[in-house]
Structures are given as structure tokens and as C-alpha cells.
Write a protein of this length. Structure first.
Length: 129
């Protein structure tokens, strides 16, 4: 296995074809948020399979569970349980979102306890399916 410097030399422009290059493609301003969310997913769903799908880092547990992506403006956390974000709408107020995506800017404070409850509920529902 090549060390990190050797892998950078052989792949100077990460194309998200591997998990490692996907990580390298995350804008540096978003790395702390991305890593905190990834750690939370790993804590809540340690058995989830990790892959790259739809330009995101996807986490599957008997089907799609969560996904993470980032662009210049924010990190996207996809909660892929239909209707779950609506159930936590009062606790997630103030966080830019859509039906299944929460968006965090580079200076956003993560509501870790709320996210932990949302994600744990998603895992419980997935396992109950």
C-alpha cells in the first residue's frame, strides 16, 4: 500500500473514485464539519457500508441510510428516511434544509445531540423495516 505522499503523486487531482480521494476533494474549510458528521454517522451506524454514490459518500444499512457531500458553500447531510426531518423540524429550525438534506456552512455550529437523535431514529426505523 502506498503511503499518502506517494498516492498524491500518482493521483494529483482527486476524482472521488475512492473514499480517500473523495475526502481529499472536500474543500478545506469544510473538512472539520465533514469529519464531525462522518464520525457521528460511524458512531450511530457502525455497521453501515460506505460507498460512493451520486457524487456523495453514502452509508447503507439494508438500503440507503445517510449520505454526505460538500461543495464550495456547505456540507450536505442527507437523512434518507422519508419524512424524518419534518418530525424534528422545531429542533432543526434555523438550519438550511430541504426534505432530506441539512446544509452546514463552514462556520456552522453542529447541533450534535439533535443530529444524534435524528440519526438514531433513522437507524431504528431502518432496522425495523
Amino acid at each position: 500500500m502506498a503511503n499518502e505522499d506517494e498516492s498524491k503523486a500518482t493521483n494529483p487531482a482527486p476524482d472521488a473514485s475512492t473514499i480517500a480521494s473523495f475526502h481529499q476533494s472536500i474543500p478545506s474549510a469544510h473538512q472539520p464539519t465533514f469529519e464531525a458528521l462522518r464520525a457521528l454517522i460511524d458512531e450511530i451506524a457502525p455497521d453501515a457500508a460506505v460507498s460512493l454514490k451520486w457524487g456523495t459518500m453514502a452509508f447503507d444499512l439494508d438500503g440507503s441510510l445517510f449520505a454526505l457531500s460538500a461543495n464550495k458553500k456547505h456540507v450536505n447531510l442527507y437523512i434518507l428516511t422519508v419524512g424524518l426531518l419534518a418530525e424534528f423540524s422545531s429542533e432543526l429550525a434555523g438550519i438550511p434544509q430541504s426534505k432530506c438534506v441539512l446544509r452546514f456552512g463552514p462556520k456552522a455550529e453542529l447541533p450534535l445531540e439533535t443530529l444524534r437523535r435524528v440519526m438514531a431514529t433513522a437507524v431504528e426505523r431502518k432496522r425495523g423495516d
